[in-house]
Design a protein around this ligand. Structure first.
Ligand code: NDP
Ligand code: ZN
Length: 378
């Protein structure tokens, strides 16, 4: 990457990151990307971000806004421009025909079939390279990177818990532990994910709707998944009665033919997954299947047993807990049951990343640390 003014470069890349983050509700299963186009004098000529999967890429939006002013100018983008024909034509072609002279990307495209953009630009004489905050670029798109690199969705556990760590009373009541503001924020999480999963226990106890309803995500694809080995989901359940085509019930070979027919007739999707050692839906296979269906980010909303299974399987990337100043006591379920660990060393260790207040409640967010952090901590 040619010298130029490094402070200005860093500033424009920061702006590109701010823009990228605006795609957090709609970009998935595509990455969030932001782009800034400068004219030859280094003045801002265009800005863009990838708002919706299937919609124009960030570079295209910024180049359109810049128009002729892009000729001889530069482009700052948070991810290497694509060189392949995906849902939209390659950005590299648009960059070349706009006559941009310099391109700085914060990170390489990890998807082999979409990569090679920088090399192609260089081959055409553009001063193109990787520069800027690579860590920030990886963090921004960690959900998408997990999907691309591990072929499974990023898994976010969400729970509303009392101060003593319970998600329901001893009789199974959980409505409502947290107040309205926290509940609204938790609905916002749905808009940031591609699918939601709950256990049959939660369906039977709460009969939740599991819809996206804030209208923040411009995309239409949304899958409500129920883990229900033997197909006990009642036909009268809300997930069956409302938009059944949006509901996917994952069961095992144990499900009786009559139950399969009953739920199929009701219009829901059924997915048979081989049972794991515990006789229930095996999560690795479930996630593999969801990844193929373009679920890049999965929200797990309970209950206790399902959270426990994800933790036991080492499949928790992020945990968002809403904590209410309540003491429930008794034998109500804890937020994470499952087998659990006997040895503290084996506990899922996350890193606190955020804390916010929503009315009377707190939101605590923790994520799986990057590899280096694990080795670096004492
Ligand atoms: P879950 O919702 O966790 O469902 C557990 C059931 O799901 C299992 O018994 C099993 O039934 C089925 N299942 C299938 N595959 C799996 C798997 N791989 N891992 C785990 N379960 C699997 O039920 P719980 O009873 O633990 O929790 C329900 C309680 O939690 C309710 O009281 C509800 O109100 C509360 N809740 C609270 C929330 C909160 O945030 N405060 C959120 C959600 C629920 P089978 O073997 O028949 O398939
Ligand atoms: Zn592109």
């Amino acid at each position: 990457m040619a010298g130029e003014n490094r402070d200005a470069d860093a500033r424009w890349m920061r702006r590109a990151f701010e823009l990228a983050a605006r795609g957090r509700f709609g970009a998935s299963p595509n990455p969030m990307v932001g782009a800034v186009v400068l004219d030859p004098e280094g003045h801002l000529a265009g800005e863009g971000f990838h708002a919706r999967c299937g919609g124009p890429h960030a570079e295209i939006v910024a180049l359109r806004e810049a128009g002729d002013r892009a000729r001889g100018g530069s482009l700052f983008v948070t991810l290497e421009p694509c060189a392949h024909h995906g849902r939209t034509p390659p950005c590299v072609d648009a960059i070349l025909s706009a006559g941009v002279r310099r391109v700085v990307a914060a990170m390489r495209e990890p998807n082999p079939h979409a990569g090679g953009g920088i090399d192609r630009l260089r081959a055409e004489g553009v001063d193109a390279g990787v520069g800027g905050d690579a860590d920030r670029a990886r963090t921004l798109n960690r959900r998408w990177l997990t999907w691309v690199q591990e072929r499974r969705p990023w898994v976010t556990l969400k729970a509303a818990v009392s101060l003593d760590g319970r998600i329901a009373t001893r009789t199974g009541q959980s409505k409502w532990i947290t107040g309205e503001a926290a509940r609204r924020r938790s609905l916002e999480l749905r808009e940031e994910h591609d699918a939601i999963v709950v256990g049959i226990g939660t369906v039977l106890a709460d009969d939740p709707l599991l819809t996206r309803r804030l209208g923040l995500n411009p995309g239409e694809s949304w899958t409500r998944i129920v883990l229900d080995s033997r197909l006990r989901t009642p036909t009268a359940a809300q997930v069956v009665q409302t938009s059944p085509e949006q509901t996917l019930i994952a069961h095992t070979q144990e499900a009786a033919p009559g139950e399969r027919r009953r739920l199929k007739d009701a219009g829901v999707q059924l997915l048979e997954i081989a049972a794991g050692a515990d006789g229930r839906v095996e999560l690795h296979q479930l996630l593999e299947h969801l990844a193929r269906r373009e679920v890049a980010a999965l929200l797990v909303e309970g209950g206790s047993a399902v959270h426990g299974s994800f933790a036991d399987a080492g499949l928790v990337d992020e945990a968002v807990f809403f904590i209410a100043p309540l003491l429930i006591g008794g034998s109500g379920p804890s937020a994470v049951a499952g087998r659990g660990v006997a040895d503290l060393e084996l506990a899922t260790r996350l890193r606190f990343e955020g804390i916010e207040r929503h009315g009377a409640d707190l939101e605590l967010r923790a994520v799986r640390p990057e590899e280096e952090d694990v080795h670096g901590s004492g």
